[in-house]
Design a protein around this ligand. Sequence first.
Ligand SMILES: [Zn+2]
Ligand SMILES: [Zn+2]
Length: 391
Amino acid sequence: MRANCWMGIRNMEVRDVPDPRILNQRDAIVKVTSTAICGSDLHLYNGFMPTMVPGDIVGHEFMGEIIEVGRETKAVKVGDRVVVAFPISCGQCAQCKRGLYTACENSNPNAWLAEKQWGYPTCGAFGYSHTLGGFAGGQAEYVRVPFADVGTLKIEDSSLPDESVLFLSDIFPTGYMGADMLGLKGGETVAVWGCGPVGQFAMASAQLLGAERVIGIDRFEYRLEMAREKAGAETLNYEHVDVLTALREMTGGRGPDHCIDAVGLEAHSASPMYAYDRAKQMMMLETDRPLALRQAIMACRSGGTIAVLGVYGGFIDKFPMGTIVNRSLTIKSAQAHVQRYMRPLLERIQNREIDPRFVITHEMSLDDAPKGYKIFNDKVDDCEKIVLKPH
Ligand SMILES: [Zn+2]
Ligand SMILES: [Zn+2]
């Protein structure tokens, strides 16, 4: 089969690789009909995630048709159309039973690597480094889905195109979880750093959950325009305004009630802090540059919550702990527990409360994946979200 493989930093290649096979009786093999490139795939592309090996098949957002199942796979069968959650989770361990699917204790064969890096093991994930299990990803014609009973959502409604449900695999639940973490009661103002796809879903979800105003922050005009026109946000371009001053002015001097970091470890800014973080990153004295997170903490109204959705891999510097303590702030974060949100969010799509297609700007064949990574990474051609078609 054909699959998009990581071959080194900023080097993706669509290659011929062996077809996947059932290895465990709880597996299913999915023929991929649609898959997407995620902002977090760019962290692999740019070499920020350790334990990638040349030849690794990437991609963790995909859906398709089940063509084979192991004997113990009961909830889905051959011929079913399914969306697959990016975390691989057993559904039976103590963490899965609490709904903390990305903290699954059973699904990561390289749990020791994650444990060494982060203290305790984490789940496996599709196409996302050997620290997360070294599983082949879904930017491919076929993929093996372990624990298929837990990680797949059957789409019965054939009137829904792939593009409307594909993002249940990651970015819609991820954005929604950020809004869910804020404990909204109605009427709040929520500021969201990053108007990439996850930021767009965080903004749309905050409104679904009762926020009165959402403010999107980015530096790319095409993303800010999408935030205004499709996600119902007011926007700030941080290259044109001082974000802290602007947010204060927009909120009667108190700041937004809650903040969401949908940027993560590769943040940009024009400030001297950017040069500081970039230099420390290059000297391996800091792994992640938390510019958006620092600003979100400083901006948030006293007593508010900062939900961190952006990917961080390791350690950050100049973290304003004093602000958190002295202003009663709460930080919440997780890799999205996608399996928890898939079904309720599918219902919202079916009820026409939201159509996730609004983030798609490009559709390409799988063979064009390397080109897709380049334009998405270079932020050219107004590229917000790319869907790839393997067949
Ligand atoms: Zn993703
Ligand atoms: Zn588990």
